[in-house]
Write a new protein. Structure first.
Length: 269
């Protein structure tokens, strides 16, 4: 049984920091659902899950999951509660953590094969929103998620938890320069739609005009500041979600859900 002083636990603990994740090319997936999806990914991509750490209590709760891990050739190691806490950034660690190789793909790979629907996070800095949108993109059958500019790390533990394992289901790519990214999205045959509350065009009109039937990359910004003005200007169109009641606005993840499902529905006829 490993303690928090073990070298393997110390290495995993350092992966809570972005710089260390980048250096090591590794990240942590905590919780039964995220671990289950990591094991599923491992079956088609051997070598993805490097370690599975589990407390005695978590092992008792997740015996089926532990069997799946053994069947996938994953080393399972029992750890103390304090060791599990050292690998978590939450107040209530779940006691089951997978150390994984980073599964990010390059942009060309993410946009290959005539994509129909892509979610783009432009300078999105809230990990909960980022993880939720990855989960949404997975749910609507999107082809990829692209993280652009100075945005949250998609392998941040909070992002991984909020995605509930969906980051193992679709390509995740990064682009340092959002302006250049728009050119590459256009080259891939995607119409770029910028979400902003100040747009003249609303989502209902975009749907009735047939705009949502096109292959689309939706651009989502930060919760506090939205999309940069230059990105809105460079997009093919700016679209707002109509508010028919008295609410002042929608939060970013909710607006993303409305937009992504509207496109998915239009594209499926």
């Amino acid at each position: 049984m490993l303690t928090e002083k073990s070298a393997r636990i110390a290495h995993a603990h350092r992966l809570l920091r972005r710089t260390r994740r980048t250096e090591a090319g590794e990240f942590l997936a905590e919780g039964a659902q995220a671990v289950r999806e990591a094991i599923g990914y491992q079956t088609e991509n051997p070598g993805t899950v490097l370690d599975l750490f589990v407390t005695e209590a978590a092992a008792t709760r997740n015996t089926g999951l532990i069997r799946l891990a053994f069947a996938a050739g994953i080393e399972v190691t029992q750890v103390t509660d304090r060791a599990a806490a050292a690998m978590s950034d939450t107040q209530a660690p779940q006691g089951i953590v997978a150390r994984c190789r980073t599964i990010e793909v390059d942009l060309a790979t993410a946009l290959a094969g005539s994509p129909k629907l892509v979610a783009v996070l432009v300078q999105t800095n809230d990990p909960g929103n980022a993880g939720t949108i990855i989960r949404l993109a997975d749910a609507v059958g999107a082809d990829a998620v692209v993280v652009a500019g100075d945005a949250v790390d998609p392998f941040n533990p909070k992002v991984v938890r909020a995605s509930t394992g969906s980051l193992f289901h679709l390509p995740i790519a990064r682009s340092d320069d959002p302006a250049t990214l728009l050119e590459k999205l256009a080259a891939a045959g995607l119409s770029t739609l910028a979400t902003t509350g100040g747009a003249e065009l609303d989502l209902d009109t975009a749907r009735s005009d047939g705009l949502l039937e096109l292959p689309t990359a939706w651009l989502f910004g930060s919760e506090a500041h939205g999309l940069p003005a230059e990105i809105i200007a460079a997009a093919d169109a700016a679209v707002r979600v109509p508010i028919h009641g008295r609410a002042e606005s929608l939060n970013m993840a909710t607006a993303a859900a409305v937009c992504l499902y509207a496109s998915a529905g239009a594209q499926r006829g």
